[in-house]
Write a protein that binds this ligand. Structure first.
Ligand SMILES: NC(=O)C1=CN([C@@H]2O[C@H](COP(=O)(O)OP(=O)(O)OC[C@H]3O[C@@H](n4cnc5c(N)ncnc54)[C@H](O)[C@@H]3O)[C@@H](O)[C@H]2O)C=CC1
Ligand SMILES: O=C(CO)COP(=O)(O)O
Length: 328
């Protein structure tokens, strides 16, 4: 059996490596930080990004991308905004690339499967996205996730390759839908954190999840996503997960904003990623370009940019004209 490659030694890349290795598969994991490579190879732990999890000895870490490219398939798990640069360093090959980051590329407004296809025209591209906190997945807790590829047989084959007794991929052919759900829910998770931090109550949070989902659906459909994908694991499923737990970095960032702290303070000095902070301005631009109204995403963007205080943003949302719940 050939090994499987994983690019990205953060919490999620490491958790996915652990899942795959639990099926007696060797994993070649590319990490950026020499300390992460040493800790995985010498102590079978990623103490920087996923502390406290004893990793399988079948996971070997490297800083050599050409090694990883030998995998039967390669999971790409760098933060969204770094993906194009990292993929440019990966040699061209014909193995499938499974994209696991959540975001939309700044500047181009492209979804990550579009970025990957430009960088690797000969590789089949798949997307893996859903409600999956890394620490739970690494601990072997039950998890379901969407695996999307244009070709359904390819999606099924990749799902079989990475499925494990407590890790269940459900297949889809809707790449855009799987990606848009994951990208947009990060921004909405920040909004839900603000509700929590500002003490606005549980009614407000439920309203925000439902109205946020309406925004996700409008934007997704404008960008070619299927509504049923957005209502599935990678959309609504992940939205519910990250809008209700401080295990979410995006939700936690929102809690800090809701307590009146600045995004600059909350984001400086952190090693871990809160993708929603990078996605929010890109999403707002992309929504405008597509003619889609996204008032909650606009509010998150204004808070992150320090353009408005929490009270003003909430008032702006509450004083919007009353309207129909469902638009024709
Ligand atoms: N942590 C989780 O529970 C989940 C994360 N994801 C997604 O996976 C992606 C990666 O997130 P995590 O593994 O959680 O990251 P993390 O927050 O655990 O670690 C940060 C990662 O960013 C990398 N990084 C920093 N600067 C970089 C650069 N210039 N070039 C390339 N890489 C750089 C670091 O090497 C490290 O791997 C994100 O898009 C995230 O939304 C998806 C599902 C679950
Ligand atoms: O995407 C995730 C779970 O599905 C992780 O969420 P955070 O990035 O907000 O921690």
């Amino acid at each position: 059996m050939k090994p499987i490659g994983v690019i990205g030694g953060g919490a999620w890349g490491t958790a996915l490596a652990q899942v795959i290795a639990s099926g007696s598969r060797e994993v070649l994991l590319w990490a950026r930080e020499p300390e992460v490579i040493a800790a995985i190879n010498d102590h079978h732990e990623n103490s920087m990004f996923l502390p406290g999890i004893a990793l399988s000895p079948l996971i070997r870490a490297t800083n050599d991308l050409s090694w990883v490219a030998e995998g039967e398939a390669v999971l790409v798990v760098t933060p969204a905004q770094h993906m194009r640069v990292v993929l440019a360093d990966l040699s061209q090959h014909a193995q499938p690339l499974i994209l696991c980051a959540k975001g939309i590329e700044a500047g181009t407004h492209k979804l990550l499967h579009e970025v990957a296809q430009e960088a690797h025209p000969y590789s089949p591209i798949a997307v893996l996205s859903g409600p999956t906190f890394a620490h739970e997945v690494a601990a072997g807790l039950p998890t379901a996730i969407t695996l999307a590829a244009e070709d359904e047989d390819r999606a099924k084959a990749l799902a079989a390759l990475i499925a494990r007794p407590t890790f269940r991929p459900y297949v889809s052919t809707d790449l855009s839908g799987a990606e848009i759900g994951g990208a947009v829910k990060n921004v909405l998770a920040i909004a839900c954190g603000v509700v929590e931090g500002a003490g606005l109550g549980q009614n407000a949070r439920a309203a925000l999840i439902a109205r946020g989902f309406a925004e996700m659906t409008r934007f997704g459909m404008a960008r070619g996503a299927r509504p049923e994908t957005l209502a599935g694991l990678s959309g609504l499923g992940d939205l519910v997960l990250t809008c209700s737990s401080t295990s979410s970095r995006n939700f936690s960032l929102g809690v800090g904003l809701g307590q009146g702290r600045s995004a600059h303070d909350l984001l400086s000095d952190r090693r871990t990623v809160a993708e929603g902070a990078a996605t929010a301005p890109v999403l707002v631009e992309a929504a405008r370009a597509a003619g889609v109204e996204m008032p909650i995403a606009d509010a998150v963007c204004a808070l992150l940019a320090g353009e408005a205080a929490v009270g003003a943003v909430v008032e702006r949302l509450l004083t919007r004209p009353l309207g129909a719940e469902h638009r024709a």
